[in-house]
Design a protein around this ligand. Structure first.
Ligand code: ZN
Length: 268
């Protein structure tokens, strides 16, 4: 590879990481405000979670401020919740990795939609045990809107994905009588609407495996009972994130079943 091409990729990767970290910072703040019943917009400035001191610009630089302050508030010295830096790092790294995977394309755009809304819904689910239906549905609506750029087959693919995601989780809810919540079904409806039915099927599988890997050992160790409420949204979101990278490889592996076509915008 020519040197200047390599420099271009490295610089754009760093730029995407920084933008992704800022995005993660915003999404985390929006999720916290949503759970607290506050507005996202307006004149209310970001403040310390403990003492309420209004934060200045130098305290709001994603990742760097947290490290510079050693995770403590400049005024009161209280610990800053690690969820701030965690959301920023996860979002920055995933954005950069998705850019490396898809380049500047419709697939990258769709991946970003899935990532942003999944992160938001995971954060509210972890904090409050609640997925906000409107924000889970917004994921599907935004995804379907982008699908119009791929024509009617792409839109139909999204509608089928939404139906598959909602249908499978609904079935589990009805059969298990409360193992999962309707928020999970609506989240998977939104993810399916964005990623299409093939990616949705793999996302469900990856999400269940991810959940099983974490939940089963806890159940075996008797740390969890069967009826304990575990937020499952983050596992479904993690499953869909994995498939944003591995989806095409899986479609090709199951080409006899799926016809080796991953669907728009994932390529053909
Ligand atoms: Zn403080």
């Amino acid at each position: 590879m020519e040197l200047y091409v390599r420099v271009y990729y490295i610089l754009s990767g760093i730029a995407v990481f920084i933008c992704g970290a800022c995005l993660g910072s915003f999404i985390n703040a929006a999720a916290m405000r949503t759970v607290a019943g506050k507005r996202w917009w307006g004149l209310e400035r970001s403040a310390c979670d403990s003492c309420g001191e209004i934060l200045s610009v130098r305290d709001l630089v994603p990742i760097i401020s947290y490290i510079a302050l050693r995770g403590r508030c400049r005024v009161c010295g209280a610990r800053i919740y690690p969820r701030h830096i965690a959301a920023e790092v996860v979002s920055g790294l995933l954005c950069a990795a998705l850019f490396a995977r898809w380049g500047a394309s419709a697939a990258f755009c769709m991946s970003l939609i899935v990532l942003c809304f999944s992160l938001f819904n995971s954060l509210t689910d972890i904090e409050s045990g609640f997925i906000y239906d409107a924000w889970a549905l917004a994921l599907g609506v935004a995804g379907l809107a982008v699908r119009f750029a791929g024509g009617w087959p792409a839109v139909l693919d999204g509608v089928l994905g939404a139906a598959l995601g909602f249908g499978v989780i609904s079935l589990i809810i009805i059969v298990s009588r409360g193992g999962m919540g309707w928020g999970d079904a609506i989240l998977m409806c939104g993810i399916g609407g964005a990623v299409g039915w093939r990616y949705c099927a793999f996302s469900l599988y990856a999400g269940f495996v991810a959940g099983g890997i974490v939940v089963l050992p806890l159940m075996i160790a008797k740390r969890l009972k069967r009826k304990d409420a575990i937020p499952l949204g983050p596992f479904l979101a993690a499953g869909s994130a994995i498939i944003l990278f591995a989806g095409n490889g899986l479609v090709f592996r199951f080409r006899e079943l799926l016809g080796a076509y991953p669907g728009w915008p994932w390529g053909g």
